[in-house]
Write a protein that binds this ligand. Structure first.
Ligand code: FAD
Length: 482
């Protein structure tokens, strides 16, 4: 029996349910990846994530090559390519791990339908999450809309049926994949129409494992506190690996909980706080799976309407935000970190999102789109869920209360200003007491610290206190029962 394993967002060999099943059930296994031409041309993703994905594919291809197997790849319309490959290679079955994005669900449905017409069965598997949307429901079977309720049930389920990690199949050594015709090397970013990028993250399964070990042996031990400090390495930086599936969530959670079981200095609160973040990830996946309409617009109609300022003015403010030139150093540092590295610290993502929506009153979907185009970990479920959370339109919506004060956030979480200085060199010589609100410097101070407001670094594009009050006033008029 010959099986095709269609790789998508699961670019690894370990704990890979579709691959494991194919190896168990088939005599020959052909791994396949399809570059989705329409998606690549849509401009939805940026160079950082495409380069990272390519790096993961090079690594996967080399891991397969170590076992004498060639990773096959094609480019074009995914539906046509998969069906065509299955027919050409006379496959007896096609295997894949499920994806919960609305358009992926539709695509998979069509592939399954077309393969069905030519008598090729499909086998699909849960992989991307520990528990799928249908496995964690409310008392009457309804999808959960509150993270706290979801989290409680998630843990109950975990304790009831802890999912094991599947080891890398020994069978991989024995299987002879279809003797490949000569396969051209995987394309480069340029050939896919993207700029090559010096990645700030090392792609591939082997690096994901290394990064997990580094985190579990180090920053995890102070995670509950340090995760909020953008100036230090306090979080795992595993998000691109979860996005492209070079690491399974089961492996990560077992590693974290396992470090507790081993004793030593790691605390329960640090480990559980980290696992809670992975539960947030699953929560947003199940929101997307249960309420696919969130990709089109707000989950609740509770947003304060965007600014009615002339479009040129809105464009100017949006551009200042994108470029990291708002005059609010913590916002600017975050946006420049994103633009330079493809990643941004979680707390700062919340600060910049709040600033765009509530201070500049620009619609959250513009920010959502910009993040998708620039994040290395760009993921529809996590990005949409978090933007809707920040806009107070999401499942856990709570209007009005989440207006971050950029200067206070900056003083609290980057007290010495080290994070700001790393990304906003204009402020390199401004001392900590002034770096959070440099526009308050006297002209003497501006001379002394080599930073003239309005020349070297912009003054604030809006007044936070005024903007906050306006937002709250508008919010009062717009209260909609939900
Ligand atoms: C406006 C906004 C947009 C975001 N867009 C994305 C996105 O496109 N892709 C993405 O992976 N994350 C997104 N996040 C969530 C979060 O910022 C990143 O997952 C996190 O910063 C990644 O860093 P880390 O791997 O060091 O996280 P850690 O703190 O080490 O957390 C471990 C893992 O948990 C998951 N996680 C952590 N926080 C969240 C969260 N709030 N929501 C969902 N999952 C979470 C991630 O997979 C992360 O790798 C967004 C957050 C905000 C506020």
């Amino acid at each position: 029996m010959r099986g095709i394993v269609w790789f998508r967002r699961d670019l690894r060999l370990h704990d890979q349910p579709a691959l494991t099943a194919a190896l168990e059930e088939c005599d020959e296994v052909v791994p396949l990846f399809v570059f989705d031409q329409p998606l690549l041309q849509s401009g939805e993703f940026g160079s950082a994530s495409v380069n990272f994905m390519l790096g993961c594919l090079y690594d996967l291809s080399s891991s397969f090559a170590d076992h004498g197997i060639a990773l096959q790849w094609r480019q074009g319309n995914q539906i046509e390519q998969v069906v065509q490959a299955a027919r050409e290679w006379k496959a007896d079955a096609v295997y894949w791990n499920r994806d919960y994005e609305p358009r992926a669900i539709e695509r998979d449905h069509l592939v399954q339908q077309q393969l069905g017409k030519v008598g090729i069965p499909v086998r699909t598997f849960k992989d991307h999450v520990v528990f799928e949307a249908t496995e964690i429901r409310g008392a009457t079977g309804e999808p959960l809309q509150r993270y706290s309720a979801y989290r409680a049930r998630w843990w109950t389920k975990w304790h009831a049926m802890t999912p094991p990690i599947q080891p890398m199949p020994q069978a991989l050594m024995k299987k002879n994949a279809v003797p490949p015709p000569v396969i051209p090397p995987l394309p480069t970013a340029g050939e896919l129409g993207y700029d090559p990028v010096d990645l700030a993250f090392e792609p591939g399964e082997r690096n994901a494992q290394k990064q997990l070990r580094w985190f579990v042996d180090g920053p995890l031990h102070a995670y509950a506190h340090d995760r909020n400090l953008p100036g230090i390495e306090g979080s795992s930086k595993l998000s691109p690996h979860f996005r492209f599936g070079t690491l399974s969530p089961r492996t990560a959670i077992h590693a974290a909980l396992g470090s507790l079981a081993k004793g030593g200095r790691v605390s329960r609160s640090d480990v559980l706080t980290w696992v809670d973040e992975l539960i947030w990830r699953e929560f947003f996946q199940q929101v997307l799976a249960s309420f696919p309409q969130v990709v089109q617009g707000p989950f609740r109609n509770t947003a304060v309407p965007p600014s009615r300022a002339p479009s040129q003015e809105r464009e100017r403010l949006f551009q200042a935000w994108c470029d990291g030139k708002t005059g609010y150093p913590i916002v600017d540092a975050g946006m420049r970190q994103l633009n330079h590295t493809g990643w941004m610290h979680n707390r700062i993502r919340m600060v910049v999102a709040s600033f765009l929506i509530k201070d500049l009153r620009i619609d959250w979907q513009s920010g959502e789109r910009y993040f998708m185009q620039h994040l290395i970990d760009a993921d529809t479920a996590a990005n949409n869920g978090n933007w809707q959370w920040c806009a107070s339109t999401g499942t856990d919506a709570m209007r009005g209360y989440r207006i971050f004060n950029p200067a206070l956030q900056s003083k609290k979480f980057d007290p010495d200003g080290n994070y700001i200085r790393r990304y906003v060199p204009e402020l390199a010589h401004v001392p900590a007491k002034r770096i959070h609100e440099p526009h308050l410097m006297s002209s003497d101070e501006q001379d002394r610290y080599g930073c003239h407001i309005g020349e070297d670094y912009p003054g604030p594009v809006v007044d936070h206190h005024q903007a906050r009050q306006e937002y709250l006033d508008l919010g009062k008029q717009q209260v909609t029962p939900c």
